[in-house]
Structure formats: C-alpha cells, structure tokens
Design a protein around this ligand. Structure first.
Ligand SMILES: NC(=O)c1ccc[n+]([C@@H]2O[C@H](COP(=O)([O-])OP(=O)(O)OC[C@H]3O[C@@H](n4cnc5c(N)ncnc54)[C@H](O)[C@@H]3O)[C@@H](O)[C@H]2O)c1
Length: 412
C-alpha cells in the first residue's frame, strides 16, 4: 500500500515512520527545511525512538514538498487557535485537503488526524475533497492522543478512536492503524470522534484549573495544597491533578476553545481556561512578594518548556510569565536544558542564575532536582526561590540561605 502523510511534525512524522515499517510512505511537508533534513537521513526534532524508526524505514520512506498519488492520505497538519478570537484556525487543514483533492482517485481513503472543532470533517474537509469530482472516496477522522516525550510508545499502545463516514471507511482505517497500534481500536462516526478528542483535553484543562483554584484558596487559608491533595487522593474516587504555573502545549490550552466555538451552552470551559491562563500572574505575585524592596531586579527563569523533561515550548505559560515580569521592569534571564527554539535567549544554568535576585522554577524538568543550592547561593545576588511545581528540596535551599516561596503553599 502507498500512503501519503501530510504534515511531518510531532504527530505526522512518527505516524509516517511507523507506517513505513510495513508500507511505502511519502511524507509531505510545506516546510522545505524539514523535507531536506529528512531526505538527508536526519531528524528535524528529537523524540525517543524516532531515529531508530527512520533508520529502519530504509527505502520505504521519503519526504517531499508536494503531494503524490497514493491509496491513503493522512492529514496531520497544525490546528492552532486564532489568538484573541478563541476559534480554530483551519487554514492548514483546508490547504492540505485542497492539495489532496488534486490527486484523489476512486477508492482512495483520506484520514484526518488533526484536532478539529466538531463538524469540521463534514462541513469543511469532505466538501473540499468532493471538488475532485470523485463519487467513491472514503474518509475517517482518527484523532491522536500521544504526549510529546513518549509519542511513539503512546501512538503504538494507546487505545484509538476512528470515526468514519461509513462502514467501509471505518474498516479500511482500522486495518491501517491495526498494522502498528497495539491498543484497542473503537469505531464511531466522524463528528463523535472529533467531539471525543476535544472532551479528553477539556477534561484535563478543567481538572487542572480546579487544582489551580484549590492552590489559590489554600494559599489564602495557610494550607499546603500539595499535602492536602495527596491526602484527598487517598479517597478511592478522587484524583485531583497537580497545580502549577499554567497550562501549555499544542492541545490542552487550545482544544477547549474548539469545543465552545459553535456552541452557546458552555459555562465551565471558559472559566477553566481563564483560571489556567491567570496562573502566570499568580506566580508573579509570589515573586513580587520576595522582591518588593528591590529596584530593577534580575530574575532567573528555570524551564520554559510547557511540561517536564521535554523541549516543547509551544503555548508555554513561561512566556506569559516572562512578559509580565518584563512589564514589571524586571530583567529576565532564561535557562532550559531541552528547549532549543524560544523567543528569548536560552542561557546555561549558571549564566542564567548569576547575579539574579530570584530564581523561579517554572518547568518540572527532573534535572532541576539535582541543582546544588549551595553552589547557586554563591552565584546569585539575592537568595530567593519560587518553586511553582513543588519539586525541589526546600529544606536544602533554606539551609543554603534561600527564602523559598512555593505555589499553593504557605511561606515559612
Ligand atoms: N503534538 C502533540 O502532542 C499532539 C497530540 C495530539 C494531537 N495533536 C494534533 O495533531 C495535529 C498536528 O500537530 P503537530 O504537533 O504534529 O503539529 P506540528 O506543528 O509539529 O507539525 C505540523 C507540520 O505540518 C506542516 N504543514 C502545514 N500545512 C501543511 C500542508 N498543507 N501540507 C503539508 N504539511 C503541512 C507544517 O510545516 C508542520 O511541519 C494538530 O491538530 C494537533 O492539535 C498534536
């Protein structure tokens, strides 16, 4: 079987390489740099296991900038948010469907993996594909659930939802995914599959917002929210998530808005978004508390990735925190061991911390637990620490002379 995968990013590339272990795959990306990198045998980004898949793909995988004829087309292009309007920007999905429609042949199957608002397959994608003039093509929405840092394992092992426009679409799509998915595959219709994906990420966003609200109430009530959550989670039916400096990434901070954009019946979802989006402001309050006497302080931000142990900084709450801090007149220095591309210069840990008045841990990278506070105490100008993830050994930092503030915890 010959497949053409459009979009060679965090989701499309692992999927294309997994498929190329058994099929002929042409990966298509409009970004020439990505295409050239792959065709020279290199990867455009790191993800555990991806290099091995590329090596094993041998002659089965090639990259191109233009769509080629195929039996199956998979769309894995970005679906960002139209900033202030809080609606999906579907221009990449639209252009991918247009590119495919020029090459569509009878009995071809088109699979949309990109996350989209409910009804997008029916209202937007299928009508574009129909422009090809073909009567018999097949279509499914097959949303992705993988997490950066563990993408390949999760693509292979997670259960999968397939929403076809008819029985044959479902069966054919299932046959393709069954060639590398070890999890269960559940069949439904396209709109339900779109809805399911959005509910999953909204569920996480709302529950993180609840944890963040608990953290703020706990701060007011002089309660340690981390200890309280641990105890509450001893209840057999309670699983409170962790609070933090906000929510980022390509999915959780964005997808809830896709669910609300065509609805008038929502209440909780925008409030949860607002709570999570306001967490960087809360972190700033903790920093201000420590720096109130200082004029033009310099702060060191540890971690700008949106979550721990990965190099993905898309939609990271660190960005809002940095901008708020700059508006406050702070000089901001940034360190992240994994993030390669960021709007601010990424410094080494010691350079970032040197002569700073406050260290703020934003991302829960495990390596940060190894930082020696005694060494840091010698580098900084003022010994202040804000831990927004509660991952550091605060006693050790206090012993090294630091004043420590922890999000969701009373200060000592
Ligand atoms: N990254 C994740 O962890 C994740 C998880 C679940 C779902 N998703 C969803 O999967 C989709 C893809 O996300 P991603 O993280 O892989 O995006 P990405 O930005 O990493 O990669 C997308 C790629 O598509 C390319 N592209 C854009 N328009 C194109 C076109 N018309 N033809 C060919 N290539 C085109 C871009 O150049 C880019 O390289 C999104 O809808 C996202 O919401 C992502």
């Amino acid at each position: 079987m010959r497949l053409c995968v459009l979009g060679l990013g965090y989701i499309g590339l692992p999927t294309a390489l997994l498929l190329s272990q058994k099929h002929q795959v042409v990966g298509v990306d409009i970004n020439q740099k990505i295409v050239n990198t792959l065709n020279s045998g290199k990867l455009p980004f790191n993800e555990p296991g991806l290099d091995e898949l590329l090596t094993r793909a041998h002659g089965n995988f090639s990259a191109a900038q233009k769509v080629v004829e195929a039996d199956v087309f998979i769309i894995a292009v970005p679906t960002p948010l139209e900033g202030s309007m809080k609606i999906a920007d579907l221009k990449y999905v639209r252009s991918a469907a247009e590119m495919i429609s020029l090459h569509l042949k009878d009995d071809n199957l088109v699979i949309l993996e990109s996350t989209v608002p409910p009804g997008t397959s029916e209202r937007l994608v299928i009508p574009i594909l129909r422009r090809s003039g073909l009567k018999t093509f097949y279509f499914s929405h097959c949303p992705e659930r993988a997490i950066p840092g563990n993408t390949i394992f999760e693509i292979v092992n997670n259960d999968r939802i397939i929403g076809g426009i008819d029985k044959t679409s479902n069966e054919r799509t299932k046959a393709i995914y069954a060639s590398f998915v070890k999890g269960n595959i559940y069949l439904t219709d396209a709109k339900t599959a779109e809805f399911v994906k959005l509910m999953e990420n909204t569920f996480r966003d709302v529950n993180i917002a609840l944890a963040n609200e608990f953290a703020q109430i706990a701060e007011e009530s002089n309660v340690d929210v981390w200890a309280a959550i641990e105890l509450a989670n001893k209840h057999p039916r309670v699983k409170i998530l962790k609070p933090g400096p906000g929510v980022g990434g390509h999915c959780i901070a964005i997808d809830p808005w896709f669910l609300t954009e065509n609805s008038t019946k929502f209440k909780i979802i925008p409030i949860a978004r607002q709570i999570n989006d306001s967490m960087p402001n809360n972190v700033l309050l903790l920093v201000r508390k420590l720096l109130k006497e200082l004029k033009e302080p310099t702060i060191a931000v540890l971690g700008v990735a949106y979550k721990g142990d990965i190099g993905d900084a898309r939609e990271t709450p660190a960005m809002k925190f940095i901008k708020l801090a700059e508006n406050e007149g702070f000089v901001v220095k940034v360190h992240d061991p994994y993030v390669k591309e960021f709007d601010y210069k990424i410094l080494g840990a010691e350079d970032a911390v040197k002569d700073s008045d406050c260290i703020i841990l934003i991302t829960d990278h495990n390596v940060f637990k190894e930082i020696d506070p005694v060494k840091m105490a010698k580098l900084v100008r003022k010994k202040n620490l804000v831990d927004t993830r509660n991952i550091l050994d605060h006693e050790k930092w206090r012993k090294a002379g630091f004043t420590v503030e922890v999000l969701g915890k009373i200060s000592h």
